[in-house]
Design a protein around this ligand. Structure first.
Ligand code: CTP
Ligand code: CA
Length: 224
């Protein structure tokens, strides 16, 4: 591993990370998805591994190779990600939900390719399960960290998610046409009950290490 960063802050801990987008099939050749390269989630999984944790990464479709020394499971739909998370979270100490999960899916996927016979068409969509909220609702729940990609009112929206989903921490980042997606740099606003911490713009690998250090401090404070 990197001798530069073998911190031991997560020694003995088990961590589950989600990353990438999810994919909801419309028919065999089309689907609904979210913009996400998976880079941030893979960087978080790697940083947790380097800090000494046993890491399971549950990833939607990405173009990235499996990170070294991280058990990586590939899924497509939100339901598959949800089920894989609950299978692997049982003994986990920390959950970090970095995935850009589809909020809605087609009520039914067509068995065959939909032909363009209609001038207009309507897709009926239903809500997907909220993976993060379902993890935070487990008894006992792991230390639960969410991500929030927002275009405006970053702190306010992040705090709403923190409270609504009963999370320990929300890492919020600003997104827009040209920021946050597919790039190698990012910044994060860490929102917790009674605290806000800014991690400035930096390479995603470095940012992920700073996030892991922050989580380790809070996790230890909660479990001593
Ligand atoms: N998330 C999840 N399951 C979903 C939707 C979101 O686990 N079905 C997780 C994401 O992985 C992320 C966090 O919830 O860690 C916040 O996602 P975000 O899209 O910002 O929030 P939502 O609760 O989906 O609200 P909205 O999209 O309306 O802002
Ligand atoms: Ca969402």
């Amino acid at each position: 591993v990197s001798d530069l960063f073998a911190s031991g802050e997560f020694d003995g801990l088990t961590v589950v990370v989600t990353a990438g987008p999810t994919w909801e099939a419309i028919d065999p050749v089309r689907g609904l998805t979210n913009r996400s390269s998976g880079k941030m989630g893979y960087a978080v999984a790697t940083a947790a591994m380097e800090a000494g944790a046993k890491v399971t990464l549950i990833s939607g479709p990405t173009a990235l190779p499996d990170p070294e020394r991280v058990r990586t499971l590939r899924v497509e739909s939100t339901q598959e990600m949800h089920d894989a998370v609950h299978t692997h979270i049982v003994d986990a100490d920390i959950f970090i939900g970095v995935a850009a999960v589809a909020d809605y899916r087609p009520v039914r996927a067509a068995d065959g390719k939909i032909k363009k016979t209609l001038e207009k068409m309507t897709l009926e969509l239903e809500r997907t399960p909220d993976i993060l909220a379902s993890v935070a609702a487990r008894k006992p729940a792991p230390f639960t960290v969410g991500f929030a990609a927002e275009t405006e009112n970053l702190e306010q929206h992040a705090r709403q998610k923190l409270e609504a989903k009963k999370l320990d921490l929300v890492a919020a980042n600003r997104v827009g046409a040209d920021i946050g997606f597919g790039t190698d740099e990012n910044s994060l606003l860490l929102v917790e009950p009674g605290a806000v911490t800014e991690l400035p713009m930096q390479p995603k690998a470095k940012l992920a290490r700073a996030l892991i250090r922050h989580i380790a401090t809070r996790y230890r404070a909660k479990h001593t």
